[in-house]
Design a protein around this ligand. Structure first.
Ligand SMILES: NC(=O)c1ccc[n+]([C@@H]2O[C@H](COP(=O)([O-])OP(=O)(O)OC[C@H]3O[C@@H](n4cnc5c(N)ncnc54)[C@H](O)[C@@H]3O)[C@@H](O)[C@H]2O)c1
Ligand SMILES: CC(C)[C@H](C(=O)O)[C@@H](O)C(=O)O
Ligand SMILES: [Mg+2]
Length: 373
């Protein structure tokens, strides 16, 4: 019998609670069959927290997130909250978690399961066997840089609307070096290649990014093969020939764009998990939050159509990175692969030939059945 791991479950909004319900089934299965013990607590984030408390994340929930071994989040946001003041929008709750937990390294693997190679919008031969990881910086850059805001542009009579919107791309060398180390370490466990992406041709922060990544490479990870690309070319290369990459290292905003694009290499946004990791805590495990890359999918929420695999695979990442249960993680990933190979598909994975899609909960049940087989 192993230790008990504390896990804070934040289902969030839209399809978040629907996909999280399937993860809880998977957690229960591991407790019943694998000798693993989880101490689960549930709380609110995003629009659901706003509805209950008037803020997208309470201080109590924030404190709880800081104290557990790992946080598992569904998704936040939705059109109901579009008109809210910016400071209390659902997304601010997620961004506060990332910032205050200092989760600087966001690992976003994009793997194309063989059974899904025909569901990508790209040709099978471009995506079959694909296995890459995007390492996205998550706590700095233009998402958090100061100054920011919307102001009156008082001294500029030529500005027709009279206002100015400001965000600042800002990176320190230390912020770049620590996330670069995460990428190089990831590459050492994989195929040994890092491609770093920025816009050093137009942005000073991009020049600093390139220099610092090169410094970390030359001084600490000379065994890893490092290349640099401008991020616009990088996104083109990602859809042209994704197999050329192993680990992509990039900043907060470019990583957001690249990872949504990478979703289409795998067949669906409903397939992409992620881990957001910080520095090691006293027990040696990193501060961690696991969440699917997708959002709350308001267009399909409440209909049992959501694909729970991204959230389930996020829990597999938790098993691997927070709980040292690499074998259990692989078992869960193999169960997902097997279910897909059997042709079980949620609606987002239906090809033009059609067929009957399974519901969110049927997909969860099939994955549990494959775990038990
Ligand atoms: N981490 C997060 O919580 C997160 C991430 C992205 C977007 N959002 C928020 O979600 C809301 C909706 O954003 P959006 O529509 O741009 O992005 P989205 O990811 O919610 O949806 C984009 C498209 O992908 C589909 N999709 C997404 N996940 C799916 C799944 N698991 N199964 C099947 N189909 C799936 C949706 O139906 C939609 O057509 C916004 O408020 C946005 O800010 C939250
Ligand atoms: C919801 C939003 C704050 C978030 C981001 O922009 O980082 C999302 O798009 C993501 O990819 O996790
Ligand atoms: Mg995104």
């Amino acid at each position: 019998m192993s230790d008990s791991y504390s896990l804070l479950i934040l289902p969030g909004d839209g399809i978040g609670p629907e996909v999280m319900a399937e993860v809880v089934k998977v957690i229960d299965w591991f407790q019943a069959n694998h000798g693993l013990k989880f101490d689960l607590s549930h709380d609110l984030v995003g629009g659901s927290a706003y509805d209950a408390h008037g803020v997208p994340l309470t201080d109590e929930t924030m404190a709880r997130a800081q104290s557990v071994d790992a946080v598992l989040l569904g998704a936040v946001g939705g059109p109901r909250y579009d008109a809210l003041d910016f400071s209390v929008k659902p997304e601010r709750g997620l961004l506060r978690l990332r910032k205050e937990m200092d989760l600087f390294a966001n690992l976003r693997p994009a793997q194309c399961f063989d059974a899904l190679a025909d569901f990508s919008s790209l040709k099978r031969e471009v995506v079959a066997g694909l296995d890459i990881v995007i390492v996205r910086e998550l706590t700095s850059g233009v998402y958090f840089g100061q100054p920011r805001g919307i102001h009156a542009d008082d001294n500029n009579p030529e500005n027709e609307g009279g206002r100015v919107g400001i965000n600042t791309q800002r990176y320190t060398s230390g912020e770049i070096r620590r996330v670069a180390r995460s990428a190089f370490e990831m590459a050492q466990r994989r195929r040994g290649k890092v491609c770093s992406m920025e816009k050093a041709n137009v942005m000073e922060s991009g020049i600093l990014w390139r220099e610092e990544v090169q410094w970390v490479h030359d001084n600490e990870y000379p065994d890893v093969e490092l290349s640099h690309m401008y991020a616009d070319n990088g996104l083109m290369q990602l859809v042209r020939q994704p197999g050329q990459f192993d680990v992509i290292l990039t900043d907060n905003l470019f990583g957001d764009l690249l990872s949504d694009a990478a979703a289409m290499l795998t067949g669906s946004l409903g397939m992409l998990p992620s881990a957001s990791l910080g520095a090691p805590m006293e027990n040696g495990r990193p501060k961690a939050l696991y969440e699917p890359v997708h959002g709350s999918a308001p267009d399909i929420a409440g209909q049992g159509k959501a694909n729970p695999i991204a959230c389930i695979l996020s829990f597999a990442m938790a098993l691997r990175y927070s709980f040292d249960q690499g074998e259990a993680a692989s078992q869960l990933e193999r169960a997902v692969e097997r279910v897909l190979a059997e042709g079980v598909r949620t609606a987002d994975l239906m090809g033009p030939e059609g067929g009957r899609p399974v519901s969110t909960s049927e997909m969860g049940d099939r994955i549990i059945a494959a775990l038990s087989a």
